[in-house]
Design a protein around this ligand. Structure first.
Ligand code: SAH
Length: 466
């Protein structure tokens, strides 16, 4: 940086300009924005400059600049559009202690005048060290467009309010208030009612922000369970009862959504295994945005939020925003499914561990330790496994699993419309495709229904197909 930007105090001080043509007039237009005393020396001033002199806006002397004319000046501009004359007057000005600028002569100037976006008292100065005036102009045009014309007025009104705003906690809350005032509520109010509008808007806005600031936002990451509303925890019910905003997934049942507070804003982020859905980033953004505004957000997820729920990504976003949160566990699909077929996830003498697997992950079909799973007596609950069934079947058989290993597919576990398909590893496909199960389904590997009645079997499907 060859030039260091500063804002120079010029109110009441002298600024001297030598020259009476176009270049002088262009500089005067800028200088007249200041509260400086402006003295112009020109032997043949342009009519516009004469006019400024007559109006008393500048002190005009109708002769060339002489020694002694620049005494006590803060700044000096040489704008004669004549190199020799500019050099002569610049030498006088330097000798008399002023900072010198020669128009269109960067090399001999002690300072340069930036492109200015004027929203007094807000001033944006843009400089390119003379390298790219076009760029400076483009940036200026962009800012002129972006900064409301009323910004100056808003800033003056805002300044008188700084004290009152201290009731808002320092940091984000205060910043949000000012952003709201300068870019939303303020410009609107000034447009409608001028400066008075701005003060009134500030007062109303402050009240509003104080109220929301007192109300701290919070996020509950709640498990909605498998679908039966009676399988909700009491904590989940209470959270739904108090929610301002409920952000829910596709798999959360309608009956459960109906339990949310009537005034709550309901946002469907319809995440599906394969189909179109709101992106995780967008979901994170929604959660944080609402909680940051002081809302009690319930992020409602099917089953248990800690099982294949991308919970950690949401927690990270919430923590990054400095918002408080709580996890309310729910009944996961595997628990509901085994309950429905009268089995246990673990059983003495059969399996001392149980795996929760996903049929597919971000990369496609998910790989697992198939060899370990292929051993007798192993039990696994396979989530999102319908489409991956043929893949899972192939892998397990390849790794030596007994083709007669029972597999039970439970669709819509815990819901009235639930269906159960009882099959074996060997017959999983095409039985599953034939069964035409549309709802969410979980594959229970290594488990058969305790009572075979009332469940679909591979055999039924074979008969139906014939
Ligand atoms: N967090 C959820 C799982 C989300 S992954 C939970 O703990 O249950 C979505 C998968 O869960 C679905 O593809 C399906 O395999 C399973 N699932 C969710 N609800 C289900 C239900 N009621 N019945 C059967 N499977 C269900």
């Amino acid at each position: 940086m060859q030039h260091f930007p500063i804002f120079l105090s010029v109110a009441g001080r002298r600024i001297v300009l030598s020259g009476g043509g176009e270049a002088a007039m262009a500089k005067l237009r800028l200088l007249l924005k200041t509260e400086a005393r402006i003295a112009v020396y020109a032997d043949a001033p342009h009519a516009d400059i004469e006019k400024l002199g007559l109006e008393g806006k500048i002190i005009l002397t109708r002769r060339a600049l002489r020694r002694g004319d620049v005494l006590c000046a803060a700044l000096f501009y040489a704008a004669n559009e004549d190199d020799a004359e500019d050099a002569r007057v610049a030498a006088i000005a330097r000798a008399e202690g002023a900072l010198v600028n020669i128009v269109d002569n960067l090399e001999d100037s002690a300072f340069i005048t930036p492109a200015i976006v004027d929203r007094d008292p807000v001033t944006v100065a843009i400089g390119t060290e003379g390298a790219a005036p076009v760029l400076a102009r483009a940036i200026k045009a962009d800012l002129e467009e972006r900064l409301p014309v009323t910004l100056g007025l808003l800033a003056r009104v805002g300044k008188s309010f700084r004290h009152a705003v201290e009731t808002l906690p320092l940091g984000r809350k205060r910043r949000d208030f000012w952003a709201d005032y300068y870019f939303k509520a303020g410009p609107k109010a000034v447009e409608a009612n001028g400066a008075k509008g701005a003060s009134a808007a500030l007062e109303a806005l402050l009240d509003q922000h104080i109220m929301t600031a007192q109300k701290e936002g919070h996020v509950d990451l709640v498990g909605a369970g498998p679908g039966d509303p009676e399988l909700l925890t009491l904590k989940a019910r209470k959270a739904l009862d108090e929610a301002d905003v409920v952000i829910y997934d596709r798999l959360v049942s309608r009956e459960i959504l109906e339990l949310a507070r009537r005034e709550a804003l309901m946002i469907n982020v319809g995440k599906e295994g394969f189909g179109p859905s709101t992106t995780q980033d967008e979901i994170n953004r929604l959660i944080v945005e609402h909680a940051a505004q002081g809302a009690h957000v319930v992020r409602l997820k099917a089953g248990d939020p800690t099982v294949f729920g991308r919970l950690d990504e949401e927690i990270e976003a919430i923590e990054d925003a400095g918002i408080s949160y709580r996890i309310v566990p729910g009944i996961t699909a595997a628990s509901a499914a085994v309950a429905q077929i009268g089995q246990s996830l673990t059983k003495r003498g059969r399996n001392a561990s149980v795996r929760l697997l996903t049929g597919h992950d971000m990369k496609g079909f998910a790989d697992h330790d198939w060899r370990a799973l292929a051993k007798d007596g192993e039990v696994a609950a396979i989530y999102m496994g319908k489409r991956a069934a043929r893949f899972v079947q192939g892998r397990l058989i390849m790794h030596g699993a007994n083709p007669d290993t029972p597999i039970t597919v439970v669709e819509n576990a815990s819901r009235p419309e639930s269906r159960v398909l009882s099959t074996t590893l060997a017959e999983l496909e095409p039985a599953l495709s034939r069964s035409d199960l549309h709802g969410p389904a979980i594959l229970l590997y290594g488990l058969a229904p305790r009572h075979a009645a009332e469940v679909l079997t591979s055999l039924d499907l074979k008969e139906a197909a014939q």
